[in-house]
Ligand binder design. Structure first.
Ligand code: CAA
Length: 284
């Protein structure tokens, strides 16, 4: 187990395309699936642009880039899961959509295939429960930008078998990542700690304690964070940050996870961060 060569990734967005890239760089044959061809095409362009950054630094040659891209095929047909040894789902962060995908994958994929989700906060145990192979369902939570970030948070659903868990830990290492295991509770570890920090930074702005630049500068220079919390929130997407805070709030029922009203207001306005051109900062 764990030596997966044929990989399928569901979702060609920022995370999906990043996962496709690292798997192809590690020598896997990867199918990138999304519901529209324009999404898979955009995903391919994202991968090409990222690989070019490595070429510029002399870490990859143009020939190697071509070989890597040659390992990537795109499709809008989820039925291609029939030849995958592992499927990593990186679709929209909505439980109903993910459940539907897992039910379909369970019908299509061979019975040995592992079904992983890149969810950042949704219950892996609940996704496992909609399949007939709950012991082969697991969370593989990659960090953005996937090609640069070392961590894969590996989430064990209540039902995940030792065999699946050990195989996926090995696979993450095969991708050049450092897997770290956690249990399935709201927000796991990464977002349970990160999101309340971001939410608190938004509260500081909301209460007029300091300007966005000052808040970020303090956390960058004072705590050695590569990005300040508001800059990072813009990078992740304010809708995603709000969604995860709601998962924590609902999941624990504790007021310490109450999303900041200002965060909610920005999302309502469509100020979603970098991807929409405006969040706590304005992007050209
Ligand atoms: N592909 C390839 N290379 C990339 C890249 C990408 N997508 N993005 C950045 N890089 C490379 C750049 O080429 C550059 O390389 P060199 O230093 O070797 O020249 C390097 O990364 C640094 O990039 P920049 O100089 O452009 O900018 P930076 O120094 O600010 O680094 C960063 C960018 C790596 C993103 C850094 O700011 C960082 O680590 N930020 C924090 C990211 C983070 O916290 N991610 C987790 C988000 S939470 C999440 O993902 C989980 C969730 O569920 C919400």
């Amino acid at each position: 187990m764990g030596n997966y060569q044929r990989v399928m990734v569901i979702g060609a967005g920022q995370m999906g395309s990043g996962i496709v890239q690292v798997a192809a760089q590690a020598g896997c044959e990867v199918v990138m699936q999304d519901i529209k061809e324009e999404y898979t095409e955009r995903g391919k362009r994202t991968i090409e642009a990222s690989l070019q950054r490595f070429v510029k630094k002399g870490q990859l040659s143009e020939e190697e880039t071509a070989v890597i891209m040659g390992r990537v095929t795109t499709t809008t047909d989820i039925n291609q899961a029939k030849s995958a040894q592992i499927v990593i789902e990186a679709a929209t962060e909505q439980l109903a959509i993910k459940k539907e995908i897992f039910m379909k994958l369970d019908q299509i994929a061979p019975k040995e295939t592992v079904l992983a989700t890149n969810t950042s906060s949704l219950p892996v145990t609940e996704l496992a429960a909609v399949t007939n192979r709950p012991e082969q369902v697991i969370g593989m939570h990659f960090m953005n930008p996937v090609p640069m970030m070392k961590l894969v948070e590996v989430i064990r659903a209540l039902q995940t078998s030792d065999e699946t868990f050990n195989g996926v830990m090995k696979f993450a290492e095969q991708l050049g990542k450092k897997p770290v295991a956690v249990q399935d509770f709201p927000g796991f570890i990464s977002n349970r700690i990160l999101m309340p920090m971001i939410n608190e930074a938004v509260y500081c702005l909301y209460e007029g304690v300091a300007e966005p630049e000052a808040i970020d500068e303090i956390m960058k220079l004072g705590m050695n964070h590569p990005m300040g919390p508001l800059q990072l929130a813009d990078f992740i997407g304010l809708d995603t940050c709000l969604y995860i805070m709601e998962v924590l709030y609902d999941g624990f029922g504790d007021s310490k996870y109450r999303p900041c009203p200002l965060l909610r207001k920005y999302v309502t306005a469509g100020w979603l961060g970098k991807k929409s051109g405006r969040g706590f900062y304005v992007y050209a």
